[in-house]
Design a protein around this ligand. Sequence first.
Ligand SMILES: N[C@@H](CCC(=O)N[C@@H](CS)C(=O)NCC(=O)O)C(=O)O
Length: 214
Amino acid sequence: MKLYSYFRSSAAFRVRIALNLKGVSYETVPVHLLKSGGEQFGEAYVRTNPLSLIPALDDGGQVLIQSLAIIEYLEERYPEPPLLPDDPVSRAYVRAIALSIACDIHPLNNLRVLRYLVREVGLSDEKKDAWYRHWIELGLGQLDRIVSSSRRSGRYALADQVTLADVTIVPQIFNARRFACDLAKTPTLAAIADRCMELDAFARAQPSAQPDAE
Ligand SMILES: N[C@@H](CCC(=O)N[C@@H](CS)C(=O)NCC(=O)O)C(=O)O
């Protein structure tokens, strides 16, 4: 299995965690998002993923894209340990957390959006960083309320079971810390992320542990 990855990509980070949790070995194919104008736009990678986004997973020539679709694929192919609970309501809770991060929070802060704000809209770096922090702090703060007030949460987002929710929370908290966001309204998610990082599967997936880390 080959994972097209960039060490700082939080979407790739999600897939790396899922692969590690399921004990699936893979080879990293680094795609540098900044070098040479961004290798994600190069012809070689566009043939793999026409969306020009990281990650993509090549499983024996079958290329999969979109981190959550890839993780659901892994869940179906390698059911143990499960990343989705059995109970339908808990599944919906876990998916709601993952989708809030992957669909509502992360896309607003993606590299291409930030670049457009600076290059086309003319925002200063300072204003661009303010945009970044605004959406992260708002989104994670709201999500923290959902998780902290849920009777389902515990050591992790869902009791003591590591799920898809944690797989998405950890990279987003990593990003928030990297960009010095104020996490005062996000104590529950930050604590869950710290507990997850005690697990080998999460620690091995972190940016600094990647072969392309700078
Ligand atoms: N919804 C996609 C998002 C993928 C994505 O945004 N990847 C970022 C890195 S985290 C990327 O490749 N950005 C390149 C760019 O913005 O040009 C997924 O979950 O896989």
